[in-house]
Ligand binder design. Structure first.
Ligand code: ZN
Length: 468
């Protein structure tokens, strides 16, 4: 049943529907970029057809965890100082704070636009920004306390990527520990001040195409327990997605147990923080009890495999969570790599290394099952739930966010339609992506993005100033 007349029909040699590539399928889209029908082209009502030749059309990827400014330190944290024998997450964090302290508002805009451009070129059409850089370099709020949030919103608008902005509550350096001076740009003195800042964003972002609001607690170490109640109540009242980092590091788990007698996910569950609107980021080091708690609440896990590998975090029990029905989604997090084909590959691949098995993240069901649907689901539809966005699949009511894959690329030579998702899972990458559409409209063609020169130029100038 059509809700509205289509303004256009998107098609390609092959279209990815219900985790299969099929020929002769059309995606009918209305004037607002909403999908109104999907099916054989000759069954759809007449509308201008935009057919992508030699292409396969896939739903755009949904990136559920991003700190855009961290793109600046990619490749710059691969040394160990002579006086410090150890490099780990915590030493990386010190370098990351140095970058965070150096940025003026226009710099935040420049690096965010550059990072989002790289995402869009790689087929990511929605991004969830875990935004904790709030204040001026001296730690004082800007005259408009959301100045840096607006830089992020504007960068996403310029690039044309869909954004869920999560302003992040951050208060202290750890359990019973005041904040470190290097964290001064992140902090709120109390939860009311933080929520007042969210209030000021809520009105302008309501109904704004291309951007929506959520919120986040940085972690159980960075916010006092009662804040979790306030944040969750606010998110419930306004229907916002809510995210939290948890269990990324063993040290964080140990400190949480020492301070509270509970592990982080146990504490979050105790506080009623976990439900179907909640996304737990990382969940690398979970106990059996914590896995069961996640499964019982409907919360999902955002896994960031290329970052977790880069930081030496560890490997989560992906198959254990998958088997319990905990949805997994994916994030590029520290931007060490912006490539969702690689994130999908690592989600499955890390689990193979850990378990010494093959083909572990398979969809549930009868008969022969393959890896591709489950990891593609993590990269698209499960991510849409984390972002609180109607995207991630070609179904009526969803936004027509899509990427085309070039079927003429040599790595796909000889591939039958049923082989192509697997070929891409093994060796695909940003080079596989041709056109990118957001809300049915092309935002990037095979020749590139219209603002690419300008955005790259501003980013290079920023890097020269910071590192040159
Ligand atoms: Zn993060």
């Amino acid at each position: 049943m059509l809700s509205r007349a289509p303004a256009a029909i998107l098609s390609a040699d092959l279209v990815y529907v219900e985790h299969r590539l099929e020929p002769d399928i059309g995606v009918a889209v209305d004037a607002d970029g909403v999908i109104v029908a999907v099916g054989p082209i000759d069954s759809l009502p007449a509308a201008p057809i935009r057919h992508f030749r030699h292409r396969a059309l896939f739903p755009g990827f949904v990136n559920t965890h991003s700190h855009a400014f961290q793109r600046l330190i990619r490749g710059r944290t691969l040394t160990v100082p002579a006086h410090d024998a150890r490099a780990d997450f915590w030493s990386w964090r010190t370098r990351m704070y140095e970058a965070a302290l150096a940025l003026e508002p226009q710099d935040v805009g420049a690096v965010t636009a550059y990072c989002y451009l790289e995402m869009l070129q790689a087929g990511i059409t929605s991004v969830v920004e875990f935004h904790y850089l709030h204040h001026a370099p001296d730690g004082r709020p800007y005259a408009d306390p959301n100045t840096l949030a607006w830089q992020v919103i504007d960068a996403a608008r310029r690039v044309g990527i869909r954004l869920t902005l999560l302003p992040v509550a951050y208060h202290r350096g750890g359990f019973g520990r005041p904040a470190d001076p290097a964290q001064r740009r992140f902090l709120s003195p109390d939860v009311d001040t933080f929520l007042t800042r969210i209030d000021a964003l809520r009105g302008p972002l309501t109904g704004r195409p291309g951007a929506r609001l959520g919120l986040a607690a940085h972690s159980v170490r960075a916010v006092p327990e009662p804040w979790l109640d306030e944040l969750k109540a606010y998110a419930r009242a306004y229907g916002l997605p809510v995210h939290v980092h948890a269990n990324e590091q063993q040290a964080e788990v140990e400190q949480c147990v020492a301070a509270t007698g509970r592990r982080p996910v146990e504490l979050l569950a105790d506080r009623g923080f976990l439900d179907a609107r909640t996304t737990v980021v990382h969940a690398t080091h979970l106990s059996g009890t914590e896995k069961a708690l996640l499964a019982g609440t409907g919360a999902r896990v955002s896994v960031c495999p290329t970052t977790e590998r880069d930081l030496g975090d560890g490997i989560l029990d992906a198959t254990g969570l998958h088997a319990r029905g905990v949805p997994l989604c994916l994030g590029s997090d520290s931007q060490v790599q912006i490539d969702f084909f690689a994130e999908m590959r690592c989600l499955e691949g890390h689990e193979r290394l850990r378990r010494q098995r093959r083909n572990v993240l398979i969809a549930r069901g009868e008969g022969e099952r393959s890896v591709a649907p489950a990891v593609w689901e993590a990269a698209t539809r499960a991510g849409a739930d984390a972002a609180g966005l109607p995207v991630g699949a070609f179904v009526p009511g969803s936004m027509a966010d899509a990427v085309t894959v070039n079927l003429n690329h040599p790595e796909l030579d000889g591939g039958l339609p049923r082989d192509i998702p697997g070929l891409l899972l093994c060796a695909g990458g940003p080079h596989s992506v041709s056109e990118v559409l957001v809300g049915g409209r092309p935002v990037r063609g095979p020749e590139g993005h219209p603002l690419e020169g300008e955005i790259r130029g501003a980013y290079r100038a920023l890097c020269r100033r910071l590192w040159g």
